[in-house]
Design a protein around this ligand. Sequence first.
Ligand code: HEC
Ligand code: HEC
Length: 431
Amino acid sequence: MRGRDRTIAPCLALFVCGCAAERAEPVDPLEGPSDPVEAARAFVADARVRRAALEASVAVADTPYARARLDHYSLSGTSSASARPSPRPSPDSGRGSLVPSSSDPIADWDLAPVLEPTVRPLRVSRHEVEEAGPVATLAPDADLAAFVAAGRDAFERYPVHIDPRFAVLREGREVVDRHGLDVREDGTVRGAVEVLVPDGRWLVALTCAACHGATTANGDYVPGLTNDRLALSELLGDPRWAPGTMDVTGDAIENPVRPPDLRPIRFQERLHHSGNLANGRIARMVRIDTLLAERLAFEARPDRSIVAAISLYLDSLADTSPASPLSSDAEAVFARSCASCHRGDSRSGPVVDVARVGTDPLATSGARATGGYRAPSLVGVADRGALLHDGSARGLRGLLGLEPSEHRGHPFGTELDVADRELLARALGPR
Ligand code: HEC
Ligand code: HEC
């Protein structure tokens, strides 16, 4: 496993030079300091920490996504001249309607002003005056629990996609439901807020929870789980994307994907369906920081302590995600047919060439393209509805050929006899 390789190499280096006693343990730039709060503080305060994590994270694939970030992210933290900004293509695709455009991106996003959005809940029946305020606040001496709590707040309330077309969500419960969002018991909409914009208007915005939070059949809200019901295409008045999918890149190529289950985020060997980023605690913070900067058209940036809080909150979701120890029979089948890609306890793996995995190749074009898809972590897979990067497989039974499914590719396991496939589906599937 990657984690193991990383810890062994530095130990050997120390052993060889014999200076372990004098020197602090070398820090993996992707992970940062081993204490999460220390990592958060280093990410917030030190451009070199952010820059080193970015460089290590994008090193696994040369993509336009990576280059835009190398050109603009935490430049003061770079030690090499290779990071001089180069002219970048306009992020506006004219088609990828989730990506705002900027005519004049700020050379170093660190210098962009910090945006502190004022939000209030979106309510389907408006009969009370709402408390408006900041998304979340963190004391300077916040501990891990405080970071995670602030992150949970921001996950539910940070205005990520602000769009006048979302105003239809004000029309009431039925419209909210039709577009795939839920109304909480107190009448507020989950996954959407109202945000105050500079001209004094309140606009409806989607939060992380709109795409990365779902209510299960028995009514439990599961943060991190993909919201398969979200009908974003319809919400934007544009029926191009299949339900539950969306194009979140501004690369002028129509390649909608499904929001991944974020609960196992810290177990993923790579980030994104295409696996164009190496993963690590600081790398995830950088990923979220640049996501929000991009949403702000690179003219402003989020408060970094909130970014760190969201990231530590997501890391904490792995503890809520059902671990599925397999019976020894199922484990043996899994080891034979699946574990070469879905490796170790995390059951996640590297990028597999699209010619080999055989799933829809569309998302191997565009800003994040690597020519393949990562093997995603299977931790928590029992709760997922639509599977694969484009959501084309309906559940494990569909993927394993036990039930009809529209997807193509991922033939792995379908060669097994029915009894073994049933065994796998039961072991990994819903209890
Ligand atoms: C409009 C829907 C939408 C919203 C809102 C949204 N995301 Fe995502 N998110 C996606 C999609 C789609 C992807 C997959 C992108 C890819 O793989 O290229 C994704 C991917 C991610 C990933 C990488 C996951 C992985 O397994 O590699 C992280 C982390 C993430 N989002 C965090 C967030 C956070 C934090 C927020 C709120 C600040 C947020 N997202 C808001 C749609 C959304
Ligand atoms: C050769 C590598 C490889 C093998 C072997 C393999 N997988 Fe996968 N698996 C992948 C890749 C790559 C993806 C992502 C494909 C995509 O999104 O288009 C994937 C996706 C999945 C998904 C969808 C997860 C999600 O959240 O979308 C499931 C479930 C899965 N695999 C289960 C299995 C099982 C069970 C086996 C053994 C029977 C197996 N895989 C064998 C590479 C592999």
